[in-house]
Design a protein around this ligand. Structure first.
Ligand code: C2O
Ligand code: CU
Length: 459
C-alpha cells in the first residue's frame, strides 16, 4: 500500500491536537488512551485513560502564589473536565461539568488558569463521570511548594491507588457503574499500588530525612497505613500545615481524596525492613512502598521537625455564634431511602434504585436546582453531617477548607475531606470567603454519582 500524506492526517491523535495549542505557547495536559503495565510483568498491560500517557499523570510542581496554566486537550472519545482538588480556586476553574463549566468534548480543549494561594499537597482529577474516569486513571499530583521548604533530604510524592483488573486480560473490570458497588462501599480494587506501580520502592540511607506526600486517589478505598523502620511526624493534612507536627504512633487513616504530608527519619539499619505498610482486607499488613536502606547518612537523626509555614487565611472566626445547618447522610444498602427528592420529584426506594440513585444528602439525591444553602461572602458556616447509613463516607467540600468542630467547641485542623463513620456525627465549619457554586459530596465516587452530591452557593 502506498503511504499517502492523508494517512497521517486522519483520526484524533494527540499530536495533531497539540499543534495549535503549542503555537500559543500554552503548556498542555492531554487526556488520552494509552497502555500501561499496572499488573506485575507476567500479566498483560492495561489500556488506561491518562494525562500525558502516564499513570498517574505528571506531577505538577509550582511555587506558592504562582499561577497554574494548562490547556486540557481532550484526545479521548468521551467528554471530560479537570478538577484541582483542594485548591482554593477561582470558581470558573473548578472543573465541575454541569456546574462550573461545560464538559470538554472529544477533540476540543479548555484553558485552565488560576492562582495558587496555598502551599501543600493537592491533586487533580477528572470531574466528568468521575467514578469511571478516575478509576481508569485520570488523576495526578499537584504540588505547591513553600517559599522556604522544610529541611529534608528529599521530597517524594506517593500517589496511592487501587485498580480492579481482570488478571487474564489486563483490562479493567468493566463495572464502573455497578449498582452493587455503588450501593455498598464502592469500587474496591484487587491491586494496590503507588505511582502506578504495584511494587513501588525507594531507596534511602539511614538517618536521611524524607518528606512523603501521601495522596489517596482510589475511588473508594480507605487506607490504614503504618510506618516501619521510620520515625515520622504528620506535618500537613489535605495540603494545610498543622500548627504543630504530630508524631506518628499508630495507624494513619487515609480516606479517598485525602492527603497526609509526613516528615520521616529513616531509622532502620542498612538492609533492615523499612517503608509504609497498608492494612489488607485479610487483616494482614502488606508493603505499600518499600524503602531499601543502603548506608548511613548521619550518625544520628534530627529530632522533631519544625512546623511548615502557615498558609494565608487559615483562621475561622465567629464559629460558636454561627447557625448550624443539618445535612444527614442517608441511604445505601441495608437502609434505603423514603421520600427523597430526585430531579425535583419525591421518590421512594424502588423508584430511586431504578434511576441508579442509592444515597441522599438531607433528603435530596443529586444536584437540585437550588443549592443546599446560600451563604453570604465572609460568613462563617457550620454544617452538621450525621451519618445515618451503614457505610463510611469521605465528605469533600470544593473551594474552601473547613475544620471539624468537636462537641466541646474545639476546632480540628484545616482540611478539605473528612471521613464520617456510620452512626457518627461530624460538624464542619468554614469561612465562606470564596464566591461561586461549590460542590459538597462524598468522594467515594460511586456514592457521589448515585445521590451523595449537593452544592452550596457563596454569593
Ligand atoms: Cu476530588 Cu469533587 O472532587
Ligand atoms: Cu459515600
Amino acid at each position: 500500500m502506498k503511504m499517502t500524506r492523508r494517512s497521517f492526517c486522519t483520526g484524533l491523535s494527540a499530536a495533531s491536537l497539540m499543534r495549535p495549542a503549542l503555537a500559543q505557547g500554552l503548556p498542555l495536559l492531554t487526556a488520552q488512551e494509552t497502555m500501561v503495565q499496572l499488573a506485575p510483568d507476567s500479566y498483560p498491560a492495561t489500556p488506561v485513560w491518562s494525562y500525558d500517557g502516564t499513570i498517574p499523570g505528571p506531577a505538577l510542581r509550582l511555587p506558592q502564589a504562582s499561577r497554574l496554566e494548562r490547556r486540557l486537550v481532550n484526545a479521548m472519545e468521551v467528554p471530560t473536565t479537570i478538577h484541582w482538588h483542594g485548591i482554593r480556586i477561582d470558581n470558573a476553574m473548578d472543573g465541575v461539568a454541569g456546574l462550573t463549566q461545560d464538559a470538554v468534548p472529544p477533540g476540543q480543549s479548555f484553558h485552565y488558569a488560576f492562582d495558587l494561594p496555598d502551599a501543600g499537597t493537592y491533586w487533580y482529577h477528572a470531574h466528568t463521570n468521575s467514578m469511571e474516569q478516575v478509576a481508569r486513571g485520570l488523576s495526578g499530583a499537584l504540588i505547591v511548594e513553600e517559599a522556604t521548604p522544610p529541611d529534608v533530604d528529599r521530597d517524594e510524592v506517593l500517589m496511592i491507588d487501587d485498580w480492579l483488573i481482570d488478571p487474564e486480560t489486563g483490562l479493567f473490570v468493566d463495572s464502573f457503574a455497578s449498582p452493587m458497588a455503588r450501593s455498598h462501599g464502592g469500587r474496591i480494587g484487587n491491586l494496590v499500588g503507588v505511582n502506578g506501580r504495584y511494587d513501588y520502592r525507594l531507596s534511602a540511607r539511614q538517618n536521611e530525612r524524607l518528606r512523603l506526600r501521601l495522596i489517596n486517589s482510589a475511588n473508594a478505598q480507605i487506607f490504614g497505613l503504618r510506618l516501619e523502620g521510620l520515625t515520622g511526624w504528620t506535618v500537613a493534612l489535605d495540603g494545610m500545615p498543622l500548627a504543630q507536627p504530630e508524631a506518628v504512633t499508630g495507624t494513619l487513616v487515609l480516606a479517598p481524596a485525602q492527603r497526609i504530608d509526613l516528615i520521616v527519619d529513616v531509622t532502620a539499619e542498612e538492609g533492615a525492613a523499612a517503608g509504609i505498610l497498608f492494612a489488607a482486607g485479610d487483616d494482614s499488613w502488606q508493603a505499600l512502598a518499600e524503602i531499601t536502606v543502603t548506608a548511613r547518612a548521619a550518625t544520628k537523626s534530627r529530632g522533631a521537625p519544625a512546623p511548615l509555614p502557615p498558609n494565608p487565611r487559615m483562621e475561622i472566626n465567629g464559629v460558636d455564634a454561627a447557625p448550624v445547618l443539618d445535612m444527614p447522610l442517608q441511604g445505601g444498602a441495608m437502609r434505603g431511602l423514603k421520600n427523597t427528592l430526585f430531579n425535583g420529584q419525591a421518590m421512594g426506594w424502588q423508584e430511586l434504585v431504578q434511576k441508579g440513585q442509592f444515597w441522599a444528602l438531607a433528603g435530596q439525591a443529586g444536584l437540585g436546582e437550588a443549592p443546599f444553602t446560600t451563604l453570604s461572602r465572609g460568613e462563617t458556616a457550620r454544617i452538621r453531617m450525621k451519618n445515618d447509613t451503614m457505610f463510611p463516607h469521605a465528605m469533600h467540600l470544593h473551594g474552601m477548607h473547613f475544620r471539624v468542630r468537636k462537641e466541646d467547641g474545639a476546632l480540628g485542623p484545616l482540611r478539605d475531606t473528612v471521613l464520617v463513620m456510620p452512626n457518627e456525627t461530624t460538624e464542619i465549619t468554614f469561612l465562606a470567603d470564596n464566591p461561586g457554586k461549590w460542590l459538597l459530596h462524598c468522594h467515594m465516587l460511586g456514592h457521589a454519582a448515585s445521590g451523595m452530591t449537593n452544592w452550596i452557593m457563596v454569593a
